[in-house]
Design a binder for this molecule. Structure first.
Ligand code: C2E
Ligand code: CA
Ligand code: CA
Length: 744
């Protein structure tokens, strides 16, 4: 743009200098043209006058020797011929005897007194070689006394000069040649004598009649020194037989060019031409007009080009900016933009309480796989769109990658309301696209502090908080705090150790017996994992299972546990021990993996144990969002022959429909739920009814967390035949359990 401006300026400068240059050139050209035309015309003038003089001389050559009537007749013929055929307006004869003879037969002198004077004048003339005199003023002859171009030829008799023939050159015919056309149309032509007297003119310069060329010029020009000098210069040059031009200034301030030259071959006569004042400018004007027009045109073109370049540059800029700041999937902004926006907004309003939200969509992978990425992308786009609609323009939400979002929000009293509105809007959008899966956001929050300026750290903190959110928490959000950081450190440590721990067999199977309270004997066991560190510490599953569930490692662990249990049962049976079914906990992640049933099948087949000895415990919440899947998988497992138990019944949002629809073999009543039923009468009624119902459905009911004899009694009265709890045994290492309960 800058360069464009400079180019435009240069263009303007160029146009102006071109204009000045052209003006100079064109003026010079006009001058040259004037000069050339002038000299040609001057030469033509000379030729014309000279030929007239010679024709006249030829005509009068034999006149001198004639007498009497012959003379008069011949004189008449000569004069008439000269007037008729040559460019004379008048011819006179003036004899030494006082005879005057004018053309058209005028024989009577108009004024005898003048004739004498005129004769004396003629006698006093200085004749040239051919006895011709050109360019006089014959002041003596009455009405013809004004200055004229005259050609005078003496008429010789044997005794010397007998008289003079004088021809007045016709001015119209003098300037009649086409060679004068150019000058006549552009100015006024003059023939002057050596004293500056005008002898012939095409028109007078001023309206007043003046004899002197100089005076008549001064009538229309200012009497300035320059003008006088110019006129003096003409005279000087002509005296030296030189030609040229001068420029004078008229009273109107216009320039007028005067060209001058001696008339060729005719001494003492000069030919001058005064061009119309301002003519050069006038001649230049069209040229000036077109040049200015061309310049304006070029400049307009340049401005258009510049504007186009500018518009193009702007468009490119916008595209670059769009590419740099736009997220292609949601058409919202991206992380780069977020960083700049967040910092800028926080700096501009330091008193506004801001928070950074870092969230993702819970189980987005599942949505992506089930509904395809186009519909999944629609959800992402809907998040951005709804955020923009619900939140203010001082808040911003961007997608970072996959289903990861980042938002800057104002942490005020209405934030909760806006968040709820946002969640509802996204869910409504999702349902409108026939996606039945409810959208839940897993959110990490960082509350911005007064002196926070490092946006990346703030985002990281929010992310730490997000990672700390476990799928089990209800509102799926966490706010960054030191505790979370501590937790994260622990998680990091566990994650760094887990793989090695698995290969080095640090994960041990503990077994807790299930007790048949009717016959008072063991009727089964639940396998529970313990992490036995080399230093002897034993880490309980609650400390690492949620972490493994988050990072996916639980899949490997669960299969490892299943294999260990199978191997244990096989071993015991081979040794002749009497075994009961052992239940193994199955994480929800496991059940979402597509080849889950296949893997279970191959493990059981590998250890060649009766499948009914394996009971798989599945928590109800696992299928919260996919009842059909639950029915299908449980069906497939049952097909395989293993028993399937619903774990922790009564802990979450247990639905009686599950009991009806899903073909579980065993329902395990949650410890907390059972503990509540022991203290509270109403809960007790509910528990009793559940036990009745399960029994009536033909399923086995197992009650967890039985710690006291009274509880056993209560359950027995309720009709529950199988329990599990510390009252009978804590989970104990598998070898100890075998030793105690399954010994042959
Ligand atoms: P859960 O499946 O409900 O297992 C029962 C838990 O209750 C066990 O805790 C057990 O020790 C405890 N318990 C049993 N009787 C009593 C009692 O009378 N009083 C009290 N207070 N507690 C009792 P544990 O072994 O710490 O396991 C905790 C949870 O970890 C389990 O809950 C299960 O969800 C998970 N878990 C354990 N092992 C595995 C595993 O191999 N795979 C998976 N996916 N999860 C496992
Ligand atoms: Ca269990
Ligand atoms: Ca349980």
């Amino acid at each position: 743009m800058y360069a464009g401006g400079i180019a435009l300026l240069l263009c303007i400068c160029f146009c102006i200098s071109l204009f000045i240059y052209l003006k100079g050139e064109y003026t010079d050209l006009a001058c040259d043209e004037f000069c050339d035309q002038h000299i040609s015309a001057g030469e033509e003038l000379g030729r014309h006058i000279y030929s007239l003089a010679y024709d006249m001389r030829g005509g009068v050559r034999d006149l001198g020797r004639l007498y009497g009537r012959n003379f008069e007749e011949r004189l008449d013929t000569v004069t008439n011929e000269l007037v008729e055929f040559e460019s004379f307006s008048h011819i006179f004869y003036l004899g030494s005897d006082g005879m005057f003879y004018g053309d058209k037969g005028t024989k009577v002198p108009e004024n005898p007194e003048y004739i004498e004077k005129a004769y004396a004048e003629l006698e006093g003339l200085d004749y040239e070689g051919d006895d011709i005199y050109v360019g006089m003023r014959l002041s003596a002859i009455g009405s013809q006394a004004e200055p004229r171009i005259m050609i005078v030829t003496p008429v010789y008799s044997n005794n010397g000069i007998r008289g003079y023939i004088t021809g007045i050159v016709d001015t119209d015919r003098l300037f009649g040649s086409p060679l004068f056309d150019y000058q006549k149309t552009r100015g006024k032509c003059f023939v002057v004598d050596s004293e500056g007297k005008i002898l012939a003119e095409t028109a007078s310069i001023s309206n007043e009649d003046t004899e002197s060329f100089r005076e008549s010029v001064l009538k229309i020009c200012r009497d300035t020194e320059e003008n006088r000098n110019a006129l003096a210069g003409i005279r000087y040059a002509l005296n030296n037989n030189e030609s040229g031009y001068v420029v004078v200034k008229t009273k109107q301030g216009l320039e007028m060019q005067i060209n001058f030259c001696p008339v060729a071959n005719v001494p003492k006569l000069s030919y001058l031409c005064c061009y119309t004042p301002g003519l050069q400018d006038e001649m230049f004007r069209p040229m000036l007009f077109w040049s200015v027009l061309a310049c304006i045109f070029i400049m307009v073109l340049m401005i258009i080009c510049l504007l186009m370049v500018w518009a193009n540059a702007k468009r490119i800029n916008m595209t670059v900016e769009k590419l740099a700041y736009e997220d292609p999937v949601t058409k919202g902004k991206n992380l780069s933009y977020f960083r700049e926006f967040a910092l800028d907004t926080m700096v501009k309003s330091p008193d506004t309480p801001y928070a950074i939200y870092r969230f993702d969509i819970s189980n987005f992978r599942y949505i992506n796989e089930s509904y395809g990425h186009i519909r999944a992308d629609y959800i992402l786009e809907s998040c951005i769109r709804n955020f923009e609609e619900i939140f203010s323009d001082k808040e911003l939400c961007v997608r970072m990658n996959s289903d990861q979002f980042l938002a800057l929000v104002i942490n005020d009293a209405t934030l909760e309301k806006r968040k709820n509105e946002f969640r509802a809007a996204v869910n409504a959008d999702t349902r409108s696209r026939n996606i039945k899966y409810p959208i839940r956001f897993k959110t990490g929050i960082y509350i911005v502090k007064k002196n926070d300026h490092d946006i990346d750290t703030m985002i990281d903190h929010a992310n730490v908080a997000r990672k700390s959110v476990s799928q089990d928490t209800k509102d799926l959000q966490a706010t960054y705090s030191e505790k979370i950081v501590d937790n994260m450190r622990k998680i990091d440590r566990i994650e760094s150790l887990m793989h090695k721990a698995l290969t080095e067999l640090e994960f041990k199977v503990y077994l807790q017996p299930k007790w048949d309270i009717v016959n008072d004997r063991v009727c089964g066991a639940e396998a529970l994992v313990r992490w036995c560190r080399p230093d002897g510490t034993i880490i309980p599953p609650d400390n690492f299972i949620p972490i493994f569930e988050n990072n996916g490692f639980v899949e490997q662990l669960d299969f490892y546990m299943l294999e260990s249990v199978c191997s244990l049962l096989k071993d015991t049976m081979e040794k002749g021990g009497k075994v009961h079914a052992v239940s193994v906990n199955q994480s929800r992640l496991l059940l979402h993996s597509p080849d889950y049933v296949e893997n279970v099948t191959s493990i059981i087949k590998e250890y060649e144990i009766p499948p009914e000895l394996i009971e798989l415990e599945i928590t109800e919440t696992v299928f919260e969002n996919g009842r059909e899947d639950m029915i299908r998988i449980v069906g497939e497992l049952k097909q395989l022959g293993v028993r399937v138990a619903m774990d922790d019944f009564g802990s979450g949002y247990s639905s009686l429909n599950v009991l009806k629809d899903v073909p579980f073999d065993v329902i395990k009543i949650d410890r907390e739920f059972f503990a509540g039923a022991a203290d509270n009468e109403e809960a007790g009624v509910i528990l009793r009814k559940i036990v009745d119902m399960v029994n009536e459905l033909g399923k086995q009911v197992v009650c967890e967390g039985v710690e006291y004899a009274e509880q056993v009694e209560l359950l027995r009265n309720m009709g529950c035949s199988c329990v599990q709890g510390y009252f009978y045994s804590k989970p104990i290492p598998a070898p100890e359990f075998i030793e105690r309960y399954y010994k042959a």
